[in-house]
Write a protein that binds this ligand. Structure first.
Ligand SMILES: C[S@@+](CC[C@H](N)C(=O)[O-])C[C@H]1O[C@@H](n2cnc3c(N)ncnc32)[C@H](O)[C@@H]1O
Length: 287
């Protein structure tokens, strides 16, 4: 039984980084009329109340989206991202936070497709009631790792994949790597976004190198990794320090867009003095 519920974490620093990158990728896809398919292998509930017990219990959004909400000096792409969150809220007060399906839905056009996979029955039910009837959207109660291959390549050969496991199970580290390899083997042009936790754990520290090797071998347009650090591990080495987003076949504009945003976000979202950090790297592909 899955214990992880994204409602506890919605709108935190990791969501800000991941959803900023997802938005930048989909905005880039929208520069061409030809439709795209976005496959979200770990979709969650689609959207989250920030006023309910789950979000309030840990208050993670207070150190994430809430720190950006009222700022009037947001750099352009962050202003776009906050505008999407405002559109989801439908007002000036921050009451709810859009998950990756809601963000993709806000950016999709009539010619685009969204394929959403979620294994937790409760989150699947919420997701299905929210987006299940929307034209172009399919919501599946299924293992997104296992079903990814069947969604690639999209008929238009324009595809984005978000692989966003909770890493609640150690097997998720290997499965994320295998999913990237399989996605690129099916469709070497796929823009594949993988979210990674920044933890002092062997599996977590090894995964970026493994993803890079997979992208070097299988991606036509290389890879990019963006890391945002906001906290320190505790004295036992536990705790989420930040996160990374790895992108295979990134849009050519992504590196330039993220370069000024990462230090800005590191300063805005830092949770303890001196904890902040950021890194941005990219490399070529070989497919
Ligand atoms: C980090 S959350 C997803 C958050 C979402 N992508 C977002 O950005 O709003 C991970 C989700 O994956 C679900 N999950 C875990 N294993 C899965 C699997 N193998 N296939 C599909 N969903 C899975 C969990 O129930 C959880 O809702």
């Amino acid at each position: 039984m899955l214990a992880y519920r994204h409602a506890f974490h919605a709108g935190n620093h990791a969501d800000v980084l991941k959803h900023l990158v997802l938005m930048l990728v989909l905005q880039h896809m929208n520069l061409k009329d030809k439709g795209w398919r976005c496959v979200d292998t770990h979709a969650g509930a689609g959207g989250y109340s920030l006023e309910g017990d789950y979000a309030k219990k840990r208050g993670e959004f207070e150190h994430g989206i809430a720190r950006l909400w009222d700022r009037d000096d947001l750099p352009g792409p962050l202003a776009d991202y906050v505008a999407l969150v405002r559109a989801f809220n439908g007002g000036r007060k921050l009451r709810q936070y859009p998950g990756s399906p809601a963000l993709a839905h806000l950016l999709m056009r009539p010619q685009d497709q969204l394929r959403l996979f979620e294994l937790h029955p409760t989150d699947h039910k919420i997701l299905a009631s929210y987006l299940g009837d929307v034209p172009g959207v399919e919501v599946h109660l299924a293992d997104g790792f296992a079903r990814l291959k069947s969604q690639l390549p999209p008929p238009t050969r324009r595809g984005v994949v978000l692989i966003d496991p909770s890493y609640e199970l150690k097997a998720d580290y290997t499965r994320a790597l295998v999913a990237l390899r399989e996605a690129l083997a099916q469709f070497a042009d796929a823009v594949v976004i993988v979210w990674l936790p920044q933890l002092q754990l062997l599996e977590a520290t090894q995964l970026p190198q493994r993803l890079k090797a997979a992208a070097v071998a299988g991606a036509k347009k290389g890879w990019l990794q963006a890391r945002l650090t906001v906290a320190r591990a505790d004295e036992r080495g536990f705790g989420l320090m930040g996160s990374s987003v790895f992108v295979a076949n990134p849009p050519h504009t992504l590196h330039g867009a993220l370069q000024p945003l990462l230090p800005w976000l590191a300063e805005a979202l830092e949770q303890e003095p001196g904890a902040r950090g950021h890194a941005l790297a990219q490399g070529a592909g070989g497919a």
